[in-house]
Design a protein around this ligand. Structure first.
Ligand code: FAD
Length: 311
């Protein structure tokens, strides 16, 4: 049994979620190979070779893999898929864009967002926005799986010594072309890999308040900023900060929910956080049902007090 993980990378480093995918692969068992596909991705391949638990790194480096377009990347994966029992990728935007295409081309059922491994063919995955967990068994010869990173402890990015083997990239499919990428420059930790998240909701009332009240707390705690969908829809913050069913799934060590009611769609994205602190003026707010620490009161006085206490 040999497992292929498709690495998410930026050409220079491997994205943290891939380390969680390696952990899931180790629970499945067998030899683990990591595919680094991209253009000028040699440095990322070197980083991949250091990841603990990887037997072999496959490097597909070609101009048509620039931007990791699903059409071209899927073709490259498909050219080697036949030798693998499992294909794994993180259930991030990258993996969600890629794996359905691979599964469809292989004519197998994708197993999405697994959260636990019971054996080589049996996995848990959340359904109904995380309100129920389905245990599914796949009889497909090749299992095409996306992994919910927060459900698996990451392996170390160091300590491995895998060989790097170059493979041919599939020819350009001609179906899509990479034009450009506009990335948000982050001066904070990335939401999905942050240890601490300070998240704000409609209770903040405006974008000015969101920045004025929450940023000092996030600065003190070296935290990422998150938000509810209501805060995003109201234009307080961009939608890449949204946590929840239709946003990002997070599980930091500490999640501080400020002025967030705790709708099931929000809770679906953060309930696996290790410690949850909720600040809300409504003692009946549902968020208190999942909180480890509940602070009932006006966020506009409580958050500045917290910031002062952390000085
Ligand atoms: P509200 O529900 O309006 O709550 C605001 C809270 O702030 C209240 O509890 C209030 O007591 C408190 N408050 C107000 N003023 C203060 C103050 N001064 N001090 C302290 N507390 C105060 N939502 C998400 O977050 N993420 C998702 O991914 C998501 N996906 C969705 C998908 C679907 C299909 C649907 C239908 C909905 C989805 N939603 C999602 C929306 C979700 O149902 C809620 O509408 C949303 O989470 C509410 O955001 P909120 O808690 O900020 O706002």
């Amino acid at each position: 049994m040999t497992i292929l993980i498709i690495a998410e990378h930026d050409g220079a480093s491997i994205k943290p979620a891939t380390l969680n995918v390696v952990s899931a692969a180790q629970q499945i068992g067998g030899e683990i190979h990591l595919l680094v596909a991209g253009h000028q991705a040699q440095v990322a391949a070197s980083a991949a070779a250091s990841i603990a638990g990887i037997a072999r790194v496959l490097l597909a480096d070609a101009p048509q893999l620039v931007g990791e377009l699903a059409e071209n990347l899927a073709q490259t994966v498909l050219s080697i898929a036949g030798t693998y029992s499992h294909l794994l990728v993180s259930a991030t935007a990258f993996g969600k864009n890629l794996m359905p295409r691979i599964a469809a081309k292989l004519d197998v059922a994708q197993i999405s967002e697994i959260t636990a491994v019971h054996g080589a063919d049996t996995f848990d995955r959340p359904i109904y926005a995380g309100n129920a967990i389905a245990t599914v068994r796949s009889r497909d010869a090749v299992k095409a799986i996306t992994v919910r990173a927060t459900a698996f402890t990451p392996v170390s990015a160091q300590g491995g010594n895998a060989s790097i083997e170059r493979i041919d990239a599939a020819a350009d499919s001609g179906k899509s072309t990479f034009v450009s990428r506009n990335e948000t420059a982050l001066d904070r930790p990335e939401l999905t890999s942050a240890r601490v998240i300070v998240s704000g909701g409609r209770g903040l009332g405006s974008d000015e308040n969101f920045a004025r009240v929450l940023e000092p707390l996030a600065d003190r705690l070296q935290a990422a900023l998150g938000a509810s969908r209501a805060a995003v829809d109201a234009g307080y913050v961009p939608n890449d900060l949204q946590v929840g069913q239709t946003g990002k799934i997070v599980a930091p060590q500490l999640y501080i929910a400020v002025g967030i009611s705790g709708a099931i769609q929000h809770v679906a994205g953060m309930k696996d956080s290790k410690i949850i602190v909720a600040i809300n003026k409504d003692a009946e707010a549902p968020i208190f049902g999942v909180a480890d620490y509940a602070i009932v009161g006006d966020l506009f006085s409580i958050v500045p007090e917290l910031v002062a206490a952390l000085a």
